[in-house]
Structures are given as C-alpha cells and as structure tokens.
Write a protein that binds this ligand. Structure first.
Ligand code: ADP
Ligand code: MG
Length: 415
C-alpha cells in the first residue's frame, strides 16, 4: 500500500510526501481507512510506530473536505494530550500534512501569555491541539467554544482517561456534540481504561493493533543491579562510552533530576533537565538543545516519558525505576522510534526490586539482567572522574599538610 492510493485529497497526499514516508506503518495501514469511514477507533500500537500520522492524515482530509454550509468557522477537531511538549510536536506533524490545504491548526497550551492565543483563536482554528488547563481558562473567559467539534482525539488515551484528566474529558464531552467521531491512541491500555473508552463512544469501536508485548520491538532493554549511591558512577561510565550520542535519562523526582545534573557536572559532563518544576521556556529550550544535539544528555522526569519524538536517541537510562509500571514502556519508547533501533538500561537498587516485579508483571515477562562481576562493578567506580578528582583533592590536602608540618618544624628549630 502506498499513501498515494488512499482516497485522500491531492493536497494531503503532497503533505504526506513532504514527511518523506515511503509506506504506511501497520497502525497507519489499519486505522486510516476506518477513520476515513467515520468510525470510532481505539488504536493501540507500540511506541514510535507512527500513531500521530495515523490520525492526522485522515483527519486533515476530513476537515479539508467538510462542507461548512453557511456557518461561521469554529474548531472542528479537538486533540487532547497530556503535556505541552507533545501538543507542540503533534502540531508540527499536522502542519506538515496540512501544508498545501487551508486547514488551520493550533496548539493551545499553558505556561505562556494568553493574548496571542486569543488573537489566533479569533482568526479561526480548525484543528485544536491542547492540554486541558489553558483551554478551559479560555472557554471560561468566552474566547473559545467547542460546540462545532465533530472529532475528538485523545492521544496517550490511557493517560487522558486516568484520574488526573478524566474530569476534564467529561467536561469536554458535555460541551461537544453527541454526534461525533472519537479516536483513542496509545501504546498501553488496561482493561479498566478500555471499558471506560468504550463507554464514551456511540458506535462499536474498531480496535486496531493490540500488541502482546507493549515494548517496541526496536528496543533492546535490560536491567542492572546497582546500589543507589553508585548510580551516578554508572551513568558517568555509560555517557563516556557513548560520546556525542543522545542519551535520555529518567529519574523519579524533580529534585533527583537536578542532583544528577550536578553530579554529572562535577565530573565534567554537560547535561540539562526537563521536568514540571521548570518554567515552560526552560523546558522548551532544554528539549530544543537536546533535539539539535547541542547537549547530548537530557535528564527527565515522567513528564517527558510519553509521546515525545526526538530522533536518534541512542539510549534510555532508567536511573530510577518508574513507580507506574506502564511508564516503563513509555520511557524506553523514547528510543527505537520509526525505523531506528534503540537500547535501554534500568539501574535497579535493592529497594526498587518491588517496582521491578510490578513492571515485569505488567510486561508479562522478565527483563533480561546484565550481570556484573564484583570486579567489573568496582572498575566502574574506580574509573570515575569523581573518584580521581576526590583522590586528587585528598592528595593535595595531604601535601599541604606535609608542607605545613615541615614549615612548623623549621620554625621550631629556629626558636
Ligand atoms: P507514536 O505516536 O506511535 O509513538 P510517532 O507518531 O511519534 O509515534 O512517530 C514516530 C516516528 O516515526 C516519527 O519520527 C515519525 O516521523 C516516524 N514515522 C511515522 N510514520 C512513518 C512512516 N509511515 N514511515 C516512516 N517513518 C514514519
Ligand atoms: Mg504518539
């Protein structure tokens, strides 16, 4: 199958050509016809398999060809996502696909000034991609109405239907017409959330690919038993073995993210953090620098675990294991995207063994373990610049002490 054979407009075909895709991925192959048919879809496919284009291609076609008889334009498709970074990224994909059409696309997110956003909405937007917070602010202020939405898309659907966002979704459902097309996409879904998804649609959902193993087949992953206090030495070691290669590191908390950056800084390794405690400008800068290879080490919390598509991430390091098992799949899915292959390693300390068991239960299989002999383990510690720097400092102190002693002796002799 080629994209040129799909019943989509010539303009959309040209846009897709611009993306440089040769042929549809499995999830695209299976969901594009159903979406073009107006069916509701629950698309579950592994990370990095092109779910964005799977909904964006048919939706741009749909919006482009919809007749809007005599009524004023309004948002017709609403895409809801969990993070601002993801909203921006999806906007870029939509923009490329819609490049030769008049379809207007906009990512509306918080953390920035709202006036330019209001201006943009007033000029007319067809496809709105959004994190819920700012959207509700603008609805409350009367700048945005959703009553013309006929397509609702939840990307990272399980996350969007989970506790934190579910109320927002219900609120949106009250504001949009009952007659609509609803699309859910994610790499992970559990039975409870699946049931919830079913309850939100009128028609039978067309379920697409539902992989047994949610981990992308392009990702080779293993765990390594490493004591909490030694983790920084092992990260340093890995970074030195992957010079110039992009590595994404996930940690449990914002504080730990900053600590890891500080530890890397001590041994002369440059890294940036991205997490919910930073303002949006810094978050964007960090991601941009990482994308553009200005910095090759990015330390992140789970905020960036989902959806973010940075090309050529060579390795994902779980410095800490995630507390939510499915986040394991999303984190390591930041590598091995599209046709690329990737690797992932998780540092597991004694007190994280329970988390490991929970993750393996979720995956339905054991994660291979990289065994290190005592000697190999010790070598990593010995090789650290922090150690040699520490030794150096000890030596300087020792020599200074010696010098002081000699001087004191001389002084005493003089007396
Ligand atoms: P997912 O949402 O499934 O995790 P994305 O939509 O972010 O994946 O796509 C992952 C990567 O695969 C992107 O870099 C994208 O450009 C690439 N990609 C998507 N569809 C195709 C295709 N048909 N052929 C080649 N590459 C593709
Ligand atoms: Mg995605």
């Amino acid at each position: 199958m080629k994209f040129s054979n799909y019943p989509i407009t010539e303009e959309v075909k040209r846009g897709v050509e611009g993306l440089g895709f040769q042929k549809p991925t499995d999830i695209q192959f299976k969901s594009i016809p159903s979406i073009l048919n107006g069916e509701d879809v629950l698309g579950i496919a592994q990370t990095g398999t092109g779910k964005t284009a799977a909904f964006a291609i048919p939706i741009v076609h749909k919006v482009q060809t919809q007749s809007i008889k005599g009524r004023k334009d309004g948002v017709r498709c609403l895409v809801m996502v969990p993070t601002r970074e993801l909203a921006q990224q999806i906007q870029l994909v939509f923009n490329k696909i819609a490049k030769y059409t008049t379809v207007k696309i906009y990512a509306l997110t918080g953390g920035v000034d709202q006036d330019p956003q209001i201006h943009k909405l007033n000029k007319g937007v067809d496809i709105l991609i959004t994190t819920p917070g700012r959207m509700f602010d603008l609805i409350a202020q009367g700048y945005l109405s959703l009553h013309r939405v006929n397509t609702l898309i939840l990307d990272e659907a399980d996350r969007m239907l989970d506790l934190g966002f579910y109320k927002d979704i219900q609120d949106v459902l009250k504001r949009i017409p009952k007659k609509r097309q609803t699309l859910f996409f994610s790499a992970t879904i559990n039975p409870k959330i699946k049931k919830l998804a079913y309850s939100l649609v009128n028609n039978a959902i067309r379920i697409q690919i539902s992989p047994k193993d949610p981990v992308s087949k392009n990702v080779t992953h293993f765990v390594s038993l490493i004591e909490m206090d030694d983790k920084r030495f092992f990260l340093e070691n890995i970074v030195s073995q992957h010079e110039g290669k992009k590595i994404m590191v996930f940690v449990r908390t914002q504080v730990r993210a900053e600590r890891v950056v500080a530890a890397m800084d001590r041994v002369g390794i440059n890294a940036l953090t991205i997490h919910g405690g930073k303002d949006q400008k810094d978050r964007n800068t960090a991601l941009k620098k990482f994308k553009e290879n200005e910095v090759s080490l990015l330390i992140a919390t789970d905020v960036t675990a989902r959806g973010v598509d940075v090309p050529n991430v060579e390795l994902v390091v779980n410095y800490d294991l995630p507390e939510i098992p499915e986040n394991y799949v999303h984190r390591i899915g930041r590598t091995g995207r599209g046709k690329a292959k990737g690797n992932a390693v998780s540092f597991v300390a004694q007190n994280e063994l329970d988390l490991l068991i929970a993750i393996e239960k979720f995956l339905g299989k054991k994660i291979p373990q990289m065994e290190l002999s005592k000697r190999e383990y010790q070598t990593v510690l010995d090789l650290s610049n922090e150690k040699s720097l520490g030794d150096l400092l000890d030596q300087i102190e020792f020599e200074e002490e010696n010098e002081r002693n000699i001087k004191n002796k001389k002084r005493r002799k003089k007396k």
